[in-house]
Design a protein around this ligand. Structure first.
Ligand code: WE7
Length: 158
C-alpha cells in the first residue's frame, strides 16, 4: 500500500515484462540515487494477466544490466486496489490507456491520475512502442525514452 505521506507511481504496459519493468527499475534507481526512497512507492503492472509471475523478458534484463540496473520484479496484473492506492498510473501506449481508463470507470473513488509516461518526454515522443517483436535497438529506445520521461516526471514531483 502507498504510504499516506509519500508519493506513489505504478508503471503499466501490456504484459509487464518489457516496458513497464524497465520504467520501474529506471525510476527506482533515480529515486535511490537521490536518497529519496522513503518518499516513494514504486511498482509496475500489466493490463493483461498473460505473463503473471514471470520475470522480465531477457532482452529487458540485458538492457537494464548494461546500465548496471537490476530488478527482481515478477509480472502482475493491475488490480482495482491499484486505482485507489496509487497517485499516478503511467502507461506506454494508447491501448494501455484505453484499457486502464475502462478499468478505472469500474472502480469507485479512483484516486490515480492515469497518464501516458511519454507525456513527460522533453523530446515529445508520446508513445513508448511495444518492443516484444522488435530488436535489441527497440529495447534501447524504450530505455532512453523511460530515462527521459522518468527524469522529467521526478523533477515535476520533487
Ligand atoms: C505480448 C507483448 C508483450 C504482444 N509482452 N506478450 Cl502473446 C500475448 C497475448 C496477450 C497478452 C500478452 Cl502480454 C501476450 C504476450 C507479452 N510486450 N506484445 N504480446 C503483442 C504485440 C503485438 C501484437 C500482438 C501481441 C499479442
Amino acid at each position: 500500500m502507498a504510504a499516506s505521506s509519500g508519493k506513489s507511481v505504478l508503471f503499466v504496459c501490456l504484459g509487464n515484462i518489457c516496458r513497464s519493468p524497465i520504467a520501474e527499475a529506471v525510476f527506482r534507481k533515480m529515486v535511490t540515487d537521490n536518497g529519496d526512497t522513503n518518499n516513494w512507492l514504486i511498482d509496475s503492472g500489466a493490463v493483461s494477466d498473460w505473463n503473471t509471475g514471470s520475470s522480465p523478458d531477457t532482452r529487458a534484463l540485458a538492457c537494464l544490466r548494461k546500465q548496471s540496473i537490476e530488478t527482481d520484479h515478477r509480472a502482475r496484473k493491475v488490480t482495482k486496489e491499484d486505482f485507489l492506492s496509487f497517485d499516478y498510473i503511467l502507461c506506454m501506449d494508447e491501448s494501455n490507456l484505453r484499457d486502464l481508463n475502462k478499468k478505472a470507470n469500474s472502480v469507485k473513488n479512483c484516486k490515480a491520475k492515469i497518464e501516458l509516461l511519454g507525456k513527460y518526454d522533453p523530446q515529445e515522443q508520446l508513445i513508448i512502442q511495444d518492443p516484444y517483436y522488435g530488436s535489441e535497438e527497440d529495447f534501447e529506445k524504450v530505455y532512453e525514452q523511460c530515462l527521459r520521461c522518468c527524469k522529467a516526471f521526478l523533477e515535476s514531483h520533487s
